[in-house]
Design a protein around this ligand. Structure first.
Ligand code: ATP
Ligand code: MG
Length: 369
């Protein structure tokens, strides 16, 4: 403690805090920012210090009401999971905000200062949703097993009977037997899809070059459901391989890219940007391992559609959540399960200017360690 006072390490101490910290006056003028604030607002300290907090946030932002409350009532306020829009950057961040007066004993109304700290919820939410989606997929897995057993067997009997009937049916009745066959096939397909959630056997994992698989899925898309879409790639070719199951990674990419293409269906400038990059920092506790696993391989898939509807957002990884005619709402639920099986995490970081999914995988070497 003495060293901090004697060597005046306070500025260094404040800059060492990973969360944005600002000091503002009662008029909202910004008086101090630490280094994390510069990254958060993507503005340098000298520029921020010439601004008023009102100029950084949207008119009517909940932050302004919170600041007024703290100055008025002389209390410290913590607000959790606030949607904080930064209009200049066109982004919305989910943050916890801690606000308190610098000198709580002061009754002098002149020159009062307030500290504001923002704690980004991105990573915490990502891990939370990762755990939730693991639980959700487990219940689908057991349901799929029951359905497969209880429904598929009688269905094949029904289909067989319809085929027998069609042999002697007149043309009117034949259309009915055909209807029975196509509908039973549809139900069987649905059950087959749900069976993919069954987590009995773990498939074989091999070293995977993700870039090759992205190109493979891109080609599939361009020759079918994504003919109308322009693909833009930003790969980091120096990234090492990951440990994974080829078919499952293709399935993950396919489900995400198919959703993006469907969202871009009627758009003239439809484009999907696929990026891979090296990311430091995120570590995850995975089942059956003592060590934390680093997840440095970042894959993002971004489209320029309208983004995911706000009311669907909290539930997108749940099964049967869909707003599409004919959609089953199984695509993202399966993605969440397969991502978790790869000890990876997924989160949605899109907004109204487009959907954006980010997946973080461990490297092959890390996974084995
Ligand atoms: N790129 C995207 N842009 C906009 N909305 C999306 C996007 N991806 C997913 N969604 C929304 O999330 C919902 C769930 O997606 P999911 O893939 O799980 O199911 P689905 O596409 O509706 O049906 P299925 O994939 O089973 O055929 C979609 O119905 C859609 O509303
Ligand atoms: Mg889908």
């Amino acid at each position: 403690m003495n060293a901090i006072v004697e060597k005046n390490l306070y500025p260094a101490l404040l800059n060492a805090i990973a969360h944005p910290l600002l000091i503002i006056s009662e008029t909202g003028q910004i008086e101090y920012v630490n280094s994390a604030t510069e990254n958060f607002f993507e503005m340098s300290a000298p520029i921020l210090l010439r601004r008023n907090i009102n100029q950084l946030v949207l008119f009517g932002s909940p932050l302004l009401a919170l600041i007024a409350q703290v100055f008025e009532k002389h209390i410290a306020v913590n607000e959790y999971e606030i949607q904080f829009e930064i209009p200049r950057l066109h982004v919305t961040k989910i943050v916890d905000i801690q606000a308190s007066l610098l000198d709580k004993t002061s009754t002098d109304d002149d020159g009062r200062l307030m500290s504001l700290m923002f704690i980004e919820r991105g990573v915490a939410n990502m891990i939370e949703s990762h755990i939730l989606s693991r639980n959700a997929t487990k219940s689908i897995a057991s349901m799929a097993e029951i359905l497969a057993h209880e429904i598929k067997n009688p269905l094949s009997g029904i289909r067989g009977a319809a085929q027998l009937l069609s042999a002697t049916a007149n043309s009117d009745d034949k259309s009915l037997t055909t209807l029975i066959c196509t509908e039973t096939d549809r139900i069987c397909n649905l059950i087959d899809q749900m069976e993919q959630f069954s987590d009995g056997r773990l498939p074989e994992f091999t070293p995977i070059n993700v870039h090759l698989l992205i190109d493979h899925v891109k080609q599939l898309a361009q020759n079918g459901f994504g003919k109308h879409v322009k693909f833009v790639e930003h790969y980091d070719p120096s990234l090492p391989q990951i440990s994974g199951n080829r078919d499952q990674i293709i399935q993950i990419l396919l489900n995400l890219i198919k959703n993006a293409c469907e969202a871009l269906k009627d758009l003239p400038n439809a484009s999907i940007k696929i990026t891979t990059a090296y990311k430091t920092g995120l570590k995850l506790k995975v089942p059956n391992r003592d060590k934390l696993l680093s997840l440095p391989f970042e894959l993002t898939i971004e489209d320029n559609g309208a983004g995911i509807e706000a009311n669907l957002l909290p539930h997108i990884y749940d099964a049967f959540v869909t707003n599409k005619k004919g959609g089953k709402g199984l695509g993202l639920a399966l993605v969440a399960k397969l991502v978790a099986d790869h000890s990876a995490v997924i989160d949605y970081v899109g907004d109204k200017s487009g959907a954006k999914f980010r997946i973080l995988f461990p490297f092959l070497t890390e996974e084995k360690a």
